[in-house]
Design a binder for this molecule. Structure first.
Ligand code: ADP
Length: 274
């Protein structure tokens, strides 16, 4: 709370009163604080791959270039780190577009079963090479949902790629579509049999750059932004997103999208995105 006192002067009478202004600055301060943290995080996230690239380039210069096998490995590291940086910058661009509120959603009715089949098609190579089983389950009553297709593809890509990243070979990933109890939304669940997330981390998992294991996420090429992007996109649609997880057993993320005939939600979602 910021308190400002301004005395009121009257000529010849001196101070005759005081104007007291009470300002609630906590919201503003919280915003400033989270902006500062975000910039610090971004700088750190960019600095890490850049430092790696620099040291491997120096090692090549210092002689590793002469040894073909070693040189090949070092160039591979440089390429991986560069690719991760590109992903990071792309994710940051997505976030800033979501923040700027200019991104108008292009809402259309989409068949949910086709949507899910196409996600699995995009990842079929990775499923096969990790020998992870992929299952789609569309419950009765699920037909179309309203969405900005590009954004929801991105949400699903982020969730499925996490499920793949954090599930060991031989596991399974299930995509389940259902109608919510109030019949107004379609819910889509991405469920895996992977490493899971400890309870204490669950409530912060949608924050930007929050990871359970920073080292593991980086090694997997993660940016720490996938879930926060997914969350912002789903909220812009007027939907919600929750994660449930058991350590060492598996994780499931469920988000909702307005059903074809709930026009009211469409309006709300579009107003929210303007
Ligand atoms: P990242 O790029 O690190 O995967 P995300 O925002 O997508 O970033 O996820 C944040 C963190 O949440 C991850 O680093 C990981 O610790 C955890 N996580 C996300 N999805 C899963 C999952 N399906 N199983 C286990 N842990 C997960």
């Amino acid at each position: 709370l910021r308190v400002t006192f301004t005395p009121i002067h009257r000529r010849g009478e001196g101070i005759t009163g005081t104007i007291v202004v009470l300002q609630d600055v906590t919201e503003q301060e919280k915003l400033d604080q989270s902006r500062r943290e975000f910039v610090a995080n971004v700088s750190h996230e960019l600095r890490t791959p850049l430092t790696t690239i620099k040291s491997y380039a120096e090692a090549l210069e210092d002689g590793a270039l002469e040894e073909q096998q070693l040189a090949g490995r070092f160039v591979g590291v440089i390429r991986n780190e560069t690719e991760r940086m590109i992903r990071l910058v792309t994710d940051l661009l997505h976030l800033s577009r979501l923040d700027s509120k200019h991104a108008k959603l292009r809402m259309k009715p989409i068949h949910v079963s086709e949507l899910l089949e196409e996600v699995l098609d995009r990842f079929s190579f990775q499923f096969r090479s990790k020998q992870i089983e992929a299952v789609i389950e569309v419950k009765e009553g699920v037909e179309q949902a309203w969405m900005d297709r590009d954004q929801i593809d991105q949400v699903l890509d982020n969730l499925v790629s996490n499920a793949l990243k954090y599930t060991a070979e031989g596991g399974s990933v299930k995509l389940i579509a259902d109608v919510t109890e109030d019949q107004r939304f379609v819910s889509i669940t991405v469920q895996d049999t992977g490493i899971g997330i400890p309870k204490k981390d669950l409530e912060r998992i949608f924050e930007r750059f929050y990871r359970v294991d920073k080292g593991r996420s980086r090694n997997m090429g993660g940016t720490g932004l996938g879930l926060s992007i997914a969350r912002e996109m789903v909220l812009a649609h007027g939907g919600s997103i929750v994660m449930e997880s058991e350590w060492n057993e598996g994780t499931s993320v469920t988000f909702t999208l307005p059903m074809k005939d709930s026009l009211q939600h469409l309006d709300e979602a579009q107003e929210g995105s303007e």
